[in-house]
Design a protein around this ligand. Structure first.
Ligand code: HEC
Ligand code: HEC
Length: 626
């Protein structure tokens, strides 16, 4: 992590935002719930998602002058493969499918044990923890894998330079044995956790499985107030002044500035934000990818003749339309970089967050039922809902309109912090999907060495409860977002329900916020699965606005000429260790979406939908990298 070396000349907190804490009801154990008529969230007070406002920063206007331009910039950046150092990796590479990733080859990582590199996952690989009796977590363990079904990012490389405006950085391959080297050929590295969906993530108080993307965005790293550096420069009376950034309700902005400089996900080692900026500001947005003229956000800029946006010729132009001139109009430089280059992480975070804040999927049958339409759910789904809020107690952790306790709204409810959920961060639970030692989750530290757990920061006695706890995810569109859990260890919703029915795989004693054994019968399990499938939004299913998108190609492992033997790519002589990628492509959709529904993960594992009856079947040719 590089530290700024220029002096803070003046602190300019126009809005006095450092003094602002999130609004909180009066403290006190046993006190009344927040606000009159607030539903008992722990008891499953379910209302449609439309019942609650979309969280947004209170001081956005300090930085942003045009929110429509901001969303357009965010959507372009999110889908643009030029953002990765290799010029082939976008945010969307790991979040293209209902906001998540359902690729099956080269998606495994395991920091703890050897695993099959470049593996293609199949139905028999799941669940990762196989029991003789799936209803009994004390029955014989037939197989246990410490691997994670993660997401493939970039090969391990070192950055040497770049040409502004070009789609990729310069660099060279670094040896990557034993991690992702297959007989001397480097594969793309894979993340150690499964990629959650970005859809509805704006309602999460903190993001990432372990909550490390802070609700307070400080402009350059995900870690909120741990990062006390002045991460922006603002022009004041012709001079540049270093300034701390502090934007509330912004865990998505905090999140977004992580992957771009992460050397597993998108970056060559040595990449920094100003370098990202210098290459991208002069680049044409989505230069390699086609955009539908009816795209709900970018259609107005679509290039009728081919790929790339044709309205704003460069990212710099989009930045200038979206942000206040005081953040980009100076001609002075900082550490050898221009003002807009220095402030680019701030721009990137706020823009991507603004786009993701439009990805809200409250148009489900589940929501219509909760909104008062008694016919929107069939009797089986209604039985599932009764279990969800009743005996199966799903709503204890997936309650409220957001279907997660980890919501912005709940974080402001002191009764949940000190009352019903003592000693653990709101919305985080240890359900026992993996042993604590395999992934410490909320019990870990951020990159500045601070505890991730808010409860443990206040009182170290809370630390044991945070270990192995993960954010309770929102549930809309789970039909499409398999594999499930932080380790991606379950392929189907049936497997997830079996997991809950048996009381988790690695139950821990003295865990008041864990899951209990439910002993659900077959009919009950089927109704819970039916309920979960009623939580899909057809606009997600058919990739309609706001879930329409530009063209995208994603890498799906490397071709093997013999078992365990892959070819080194020859197209680019700089990269002498990299395996040749296989690619699949998805055409752009416009606001009207696709005529066929998304393929589920399970369908993909079984080859269902490869006949064209599903969108995102992993069989489409990639036009960009043929
Ligand atoms: C190489 C794959 C990969 C790329 C590229 C990637 N992500 Fe992710 N994303 C992940 C994984 C894996 C996680 C979960 C990591 C964790 O929680 O520790 C994640 C988590 C997230 C989350 C948190 C959701 C939640 O509920 O906690 C959001 C939002 C997100 N990513 C958005 C983005 C954006 C925006 C970009 C581009 C700037 C991006 N991702 C790039 C793999 C990727
Ligand atoms: C004690 C809290 C708790 C209870 C009770 C609970 N969940 Fe969860 N749920 C979580 C947490 C935490 C995770 C993430 C766990 C992990 O990845 O390790 C999760 C994950 C999930 C997922 C996977 C989502 C994804 O994107 O990977 C589904 C589906 C789900 N729960 C459904 C349910 C259903 C249905 C019930 C009731 C039968 C239920 N949950 C009960 C806390 C809970």
């Amino acid at each position: 992590m590089t530290l700024r070396r220029f002096p803070i000349l003046m602190t300019a907190f126009a809005l006095g935002c450092l003094a602002q804490a999130p609004p909180q009801p009066p403290p006190g154990p046993g006190g009344p719930p927040a606000g009159p008529g607030a539903p008992p969230a722990n008891a499953g007070g379910l209302r449609p998602l439309s019942a609650i406002p979309v969280p947004r920063p209170s001081n956005l206007g300090k930085y942003v002058r045009d929110e429509r331009a901001l969303v357009a910039l965010g959507k372009a950046l999110y889908w643009d493969m030029q953002v990765g150092s290799d010029g082939k990796t976008a945010c969307a590479t790991c979040h293209f499918h209902a906001g998540a990733d359902h690729r099956s080859q080269n998606q495994l990582a395991d920091p703890l044990a050897p695993f099959v590199l470049n593996a293609t996952l199949g139905p028999d690989d799941f669940p990762f923890h196989k029991l003789a009796d799936p209803n009994d977590n004390r029955s014989r363990v037939l197989a246990n894998s410490t691997a994670r079904a993660g997401s493939a990012g970039v090969p391990r490389r070192s950055l040497t330079g770049f040409v502004p405006g070009r789609p990729a950085d310069d660099g060279f391959d670094l040896a990557d044995a034993p991690s992702f080297s297959l007989n001397g050929a480097n594969l793309r590295q894979v993340t150690g956790r499964n990629a959650p969906s970005v859809i509805d993530a704006v309602f999460n108080f903190r993001n990432f499985w372990d909550g490390r993307a802070s609700n307070i965005f400080t402009g350059m790293t995900p870690f909120g107030e741990s990062d006390a550096r002045p991460n922006a420069v603002v022009s004041v009376n012709g001079g540049l002044v270093a300034e701390q950034v502090r934007v509330d309700n912004s865990s998505l902005a905090s999140q977004a500035v992580g992957p771009v400089v992460n050397s597993v996900e998108m970056a060559y080692e040595g990449r920094t934000w100003p370098k990202v900026a210098r290459r991208l500001l002069g680049a044409r947005p989505l230069a390699m990818q086609r955009v539908s003229p009816t795209d709900s956000v970018l259609g107005q800029f679509a290039n009728p003749a081919g790929p790339g946006l044709s309205g704003p010729a460069t990212y710099a132009m989009l930045v200038q339309s979206a942000f206040q001139p005081a953040y980009w109009n100076s001609t002075q430089s900082v550490d050898g970089f221009g003002q807009a280059e220095f402030n680019f992480a701030l721009f990137f975070g706020l823009a991507v967050q603004a786009y993701e804040s439009t990805l809200i999927s409250g148009n489900t049958r589940f929501d219509r039922f909760l909104g008062g339409d008694g016919t929107a759910l069939n009797p089986q789904e209604q039985a599932g809902l009764a279990l969800f809020r009743g005996r199966a107690a799903c709503a204890t952790c997936h309650g409220g309109p957001e279907t997660t306790q980890a919501s912005v709204r709940n974080s402001q409810r002191v009764d949940l912090v000190v009352g019903r959920n003592p000693g653990l961060d709101v919305g985080f639970f240890r359900t026992g999907a993996t042993p604590i030692a395999q992934d410490i989750g909320l019990g870990g530290l951020d990159d500045f060495g601070r505890l991730l757990s808010i409860a443990a920061t206040r009182d170290s006695a809370a630390l044991p409860a945070a270990q192995g706890a993960f954010k309770s995810p929102a549930l809309r569109n789970v039909e499409f977002t398999g594999p499930y859990f932080h380790n991606g260890g379950q392929a189907t919703l049936e497997q997830v329900i079996d997991f809950y029915s048996r009381g988790g795989d690695f139950p821990t004693p003295n865990n008041p916020t864990g899951v209990r054994r439910l002993n659900l019968n077959a009919g009950e399990r089927a109704s819970l699965v039916a309920l979960l499938k009623s939580m899909s939004d057809d606009r997600v299913r058919f990739e309609r606005a706001p879930f329409d998108h530009p063209e995208l190609c994603v890498p799906v492992g490397a071709a093997e000429t013999a078992p365990g033997v892959v070819r080194i790519q020859t197209a680019d002589p700089r990269f002498t260790l990299s395996a040749a990628d296989k690619w699949v492509g998805f055409p752009p959709t416009g606001a009207q979406g696709s005529s066929v529904p998304l393929q589920t993960f399970d369908e993909m594992l079984r080859g269902i939908g490869n006949d064209g009856s599903r969108a995102h079947a992993m069989t489409g040719a990639c036009r960009i990298f043929p």
